[in-house]
Every structure is written in C-alpha cells, then in structure tokens.
Ligand binder design. Structure first.
Ligand SMILES: [Zn+2]
Length: 170
C-alpha cells in the first residue's frame, strides 16, 4: 500500500520494526516495541502502525493499573477513556464531583491514595465483568505496594500475544 504524508503530501516509507515513543496516547512514559513506523521522506514526520490497537490500549491501561507508583492525571484520563466513561458517569462511580475529575486529569489536583486505589479496582472489576477476563496477578498486592517513586516507563511489545514490562532508567 502506498501512503502520502498527512502534513506535506510527500512520499512515505515504512521503517524497520523499532521501539516507538507513543506520545499520541496522551501518556509520557509508554513505548511500543516491535512496531513499524511510517516516515515521510520529505518532512520526516513519523506515525506508528499499531496492530490490534484496542488490545494494545487495554494492555497499556492494565500496565498503568498494576504499576506501583501513584497515578497521575494523564494516567487516570487514559484509564477513564479506555473504559469508555464520560466524566459525569466516572465521577458518579468514584463518588467525587465532575470538577474533581477535570482537575485530576489536568494535574491541578492530587489524586488521593484512596481514589487512586478505587480507580484501579474499578478498572480491574470492569474488565472482569465486561470481558470475563480473570487476572493471574494479585491486584490487591499491587495496590498494597503503591509508593512514591520514579515512575517506570512502560514497554508494550505489540507482537501476538502482546506483553508489557516496566523499565526504570538507572
Ligand atoms: Zn511530510
């Protein structure tokens, strides 16, 4: 298939599989492994070719949920949109105001430790109820071990089945 660049209309080529910093996800710390990237020969604009994007996004949300540093605004926004909640319904579920959700997601209000835990449990429970997917890992153990610290990068390997791993730069 032949594609032109969205920005300049130039010719594009597919680069060999590589690690791609997936900033379009709205998250700062997610990298996709084993991914083909289309690059414009003219303006060098790059776009990732993400296979099975819904599964990849679900795995990203799971990796965030099972990480052991406190959730930030970008992460809770990703989890909410991944679950398909509007702000109003998400606020109702978490027993906070709409304005609180907005401030969390903008990063202008800290997400309390109890809300953090509830968000994670709501994600896991929704996945279990909606997709009948059971988790091998102990979610409770992960939640119990949440502590302040350097947020790890999340690497998602997009091969089938997709896997994730955490990486903390030394
Ligand atoms: Zn271009």
């Amino acid at each position: 298939m032949y594609f032109n660049c969205d920005l300049c209309g130039g010719q594009t080529e597919v680069l060999p599989k590589q690690i791609y910093h997936y900033k379009e996800s709205g998250l700062d710390n997610v990298y996709l492994e084993n991914i083909e990237v289309r690059e414009c020969k003219q303006c060098k604009e790059q776009s990732a070719i993400i296979p099975r994007i819904m599964q990849v996004h679900k795995l990203m949300a799971l990796a965030i949920t099972l990480s052991d540093t406190p959730l930030n605004g970008k992460e809770v926004r990703f989890i909410r949109t991944e679950l398909g909640y509007k702000i109003k319904d998400w606020a109702k579920l978490l027993k906070v105001s709409d304005a609180t959700i907005v401030r969390w997601e903008k990063g202008s209000q800290t997400i309390g430790a109890q809300s953090d835990a509830l968000i994670r449990l709501c994600f896991i429970q929704t996945i279990q109820e909606r997709d009948s997917q059971l988790f091998k890992e102990s979610v409770i153990k992960r939640i119990a071990s949440i502590k302040e610290g350097q947020k790890p990068s999340i690497f998602i390997n997009v091969t089938e089945p997709s896997t994730y791993r955490y990486f903390i730069a030394a």
